[in-house]
Design a protein around this ligand. Sequence first.
Ligand SMILES: NC(=O)c1ccc[n+]([C@@H]2O[C@H](COP(=O)([O-])OP(=O)(O)OC[C@H]3O[C@@H](n4cnc5c(N)ncnc54)[C@H](OP(=O)(O)O)[C@@H]3O)[C@@H](O)[C@H]2O)c1
Length: 271
Amino acid sequence: MIFIDMNQERIPVLGLGTFSLKGQTCRTSVADAIALGYRHIDTAKMYDNEQDVGYGIKDAAINRNDLFVTTKIWHTDLTRSGITAGLEDSLQKLQLDYVNLTLIHWPSDNMNLQECLDTLMELQQQGKTRLIGVSNFPADLLQEARSIAPVICNQVEYHPYLSQSTVLSALREHNMMLTAYCPIAKGEVLEDQNLLELGKKYGKSATQITLRWLVQQENVAAIPKASSHEHRAENLNIFDFSLTDEEMESIHSLSKNHRLINPDFAPVWDE
Ligand SMILES: NC(=O)c1ccc[n+]([C@@H]2O[C@H](COP(=O)([O-])OP(=O)(O)OC[C@H]3O[C@@H](n4cnc5c(N)ncnc54)[C@H](OP(=O)(O)O)[C@@H]3O)[C@@H](O)[C@H]2O)c1
């Protein structure tokens, strides 16, 4: 495993995404992932699975200090009381004293960013979240957030078909990290001939090549979701090889501004 160091926290570059995992499947997936060696779990209030994630963590019986857990505040809760109650509720459901990272899940036209970040900083001071960050923030809003608070991360859609070059440069300017969601483009990379070809050289799948490409970039983490043991094991098995600079570039060149997640409340995206 590779780690990213941010404000005295070590963040494993590969985590388990849990969107759409529910009930016993979610619980088993989380416990199995931890048994396999995952040390980073991504959830959110909106996924309505924090209780199941919490049970999975309990089942895994891992030392809390060895696990990195992220949750997110939904965009309709972006007031002082909404954020405070939202995180409290997440902690109760997860059965944890603290999460490692709390994100603003989506920006909102109605939010007061200063108030939101002040509230998150207070929760950080109270020890309820070790780190704070944002998700789905375009570069200009990210800069604004960073000027207010020590946000360490922007979680955005990132895979070979969506370059995120503007967001990446803004993040790198401030030594922040990018967490890639939909890292395997919800499975669209599986049959990509370029990735399959590269995979032949290393004895890896197109998914593994994609995940390796992501985590080999500076300050980039990836959180693929997988509901089967086989997929979870496959996705973690990317730390025994590395791509050459030319191969990294060839995957960057697959970008075609293909965005999979774009709800009607999304902000205006960067190119
Ligand atoms: N911040 C946000 O707004 C936001 C938005 C979207 C997602 N996220 C986070 O990012 C996580 C990942 O995104 P995602 O779930 O949308 O997409 P994804 O991880 O790119 O793709 C998940 C899909 O790929 C399949 N898969 C996983 N590993 C595979 C493998 N080795 N071989 C073949 N297929 C494989 C999964 O199938 P199986 O389940 O059958 O294994 C599932 O259908 C989410 O779970 C969530 O935690 C955050």
